[in-house]
Design a protein around this ligand. Structure first.
Ligand code: GLC
Length: 443
């Protein structure tokens, strides 16, 4: 019996591998990258009350028009944004080509509802590619401007409760043609697009309602290498890795899952948390609840420790400037990554359980112990002594000291790692945000 099981095991691994091999190849750069910039930019930066302002204040398209008219980002210089993203240690960026308000930042031939002076998306793509970053486009499948998108009775539309729209007829096929046509423009007219980020599905507005299979087929035909998120599917989480999945990665929002995301077969699937720096995606003048640099670094580490990515948002103001607070946080994150990037890029979950003092990330034979929480003395990795060759402090290369404590349990194969010897003295960790030990494992 045992022999038969052994014979079957490798076959199983081969078949699962080949199932995911294609997607794995396409996703390789993205899983190496781990950290990207999300950019929510549009006419909603003018009222400066977030990108849902039209919905929240139930504005009609006419009422919203004054913001469209006033939108003139004279400071728009995506080269600056690209430099900042690079400085922050980000490896890719995704920008809103069209958000829910339907206003296009690119020169769509299918509408006049666009910024006409410049093609902001083309400039974004050029600038970020020039910095060696991968590029992605966010496209809202909702459209609160198109006359054929359902208004009254829809779950999200700004006029969902407005009886004046009760008897308005909408030609859904017309809208679908528009949606597919616009996406075609983006994937055929702008060179290589690395990521397509659709947003979002709700209620019965999901999957085949968008003619999602056809849409995905068209996108992949023009850009075979492209990576797609999962939001053309219904529940916002998708079932990546399952047979009927439409995208390549899952998209948790404003939170990090407790565990790596897994498919029905138990394999870890690609995922990316998107996160705002304050509490809004689009520019919000009164939202000053900025996350600390430490919280952002911890969130990035938390994602990578579960084999996920972090897509961190900036919401430039109406003139096209990224808020100073965001710039400062990003630069500080970049400084940390400069010293500790080896524990992030290309890393993923370690088989070890989550430790009390922080997180583990791992890349091949290098295990990274992130000391995230205030802590004295050693860190202990249970039952690992026989696997560890040596350890150092990643930020400065200092040899870390491996020794049991006299009060520890020497029989359990624990490994006690400390900054210096003797271990009973108090040593300040070199980086109170996250001191990383690089632990070399035996082959
Ligand atoms: C939500 C919001 C949207 C934002 C997006 C980012 O779906 O509707 O405003 O762009 O999340 O993930």
């Amino acid at each position: 019996m045992k022999k038969i099981a052994l014979l079957f095991l490798p076959l199983w691994i081969v078949s699962v591998n080949s199932l995911f091999a294609q997607a794995d190849n396409r996703l390789a750069w993205w899983q190496e990258a781990r950290f990207g910039m999300f950019i929510h930019f549009g006419a909603y930066a003018v009222p400066a009350r977030g990108e849902w302002v039209k919905n929240r204040e139930n504005l009609t398209t006419q009422q919203y028009q004054k913001y469209i008219d006033a939108f003139n980002p004279t400071d728009y210089d995506p080269k600056k944004w690209a430099k900042l993203a690079k400085q922050a240690g980000m490896k890719y960026a995704v920008m809103t080509a069209k958000h829910h308000d339907g206003y296009c930042l690119y020169d769509s031939k299918l509408t006049d509802y666009k910024y006409k002076q410049r093609d902001l998306i083309r400039e974004f793509l050029d600038a970020f590619r020039a910095e060696g970053l991968k590029v992605g486009l966010y496209y809202s499948v909702l459209d609160w401007h198109h006359p054929d998108y359902p208004h009254y009775g829809d779950m999200m539309h700004p006029q969902r409760d407005n009886p004046a729209f009760k008897d308005t007829k909408h030609n859904w096929d017309n809208y679908l043609t528009y949606l597919h046509g616009q996406v075609r423009e983006l994937v055929t007219g702008y060179g290589k697009i690395d990521v397509m980020w659709f947003d979002f599905s709700y209620g019965d507005m999901k999957g085949e309602k968008w003619k999602a299979k056809e849409l995905v087929g068209m996108v992949r035909k023009h850009q075979p290498h492209i990576i797609l998120n999962n939001r053309l599917m219904g529940d916002g989480t998708g079932k990546i890795g399952d047979a009927n999945a439409l995208g390549d990665f899952e998209t948790p929002e404003q939170g990090v899952p407790e565990e790596p995301r897994r498919n029905a077969a138990g394999a870890i699937v690609p995922w990316e948390t998107c996160l705002t720096l304050n509490n809004n995606w689009g520019y919000h003048a009164n939202d000053q609840q900025w996350k600390s640099t430490e919280l952002v670094i911890h969130s990035l580490v938390n994602c990578v420790s579960k084999s996920g990515n972090l897509l961190l948002n900036v919401g430039p103001d109406a003139k096209g400037n990224i808020p100073a607070q965001s710039v400062e946080i990003l630069q500080e994150v970049g400084e940390w990554l400069q010293r500790n990037g080896a524990s992030i890029y290309g890393c993923g979950a370690s088989p070890l359980p989550k430790p009390a003092w922080g997180r583990f990330t791992q890349k091949g034979g290098k295990l990274y112990a992130h000391v995230l929480h205030p802590h004295i003395g050693h860190i202990n990795i249970k039952d690992y002594q026989d696997k560890v060759l040596q350890a150092k402090v990643l930020t400065n290369g200092t040899e870390a000291y491996i020794e049991n404590t006299w009060w520890g349990d020497p029989t359990t194969n624990n490994v006690y790692i400390n900054i210096q010897k003797p271990t009973y003295q108090h040593y300040n960790l070199p980086d109170l945000t996250d001191t990383v030990y690089e632990i070399e494992l035996k082959k």
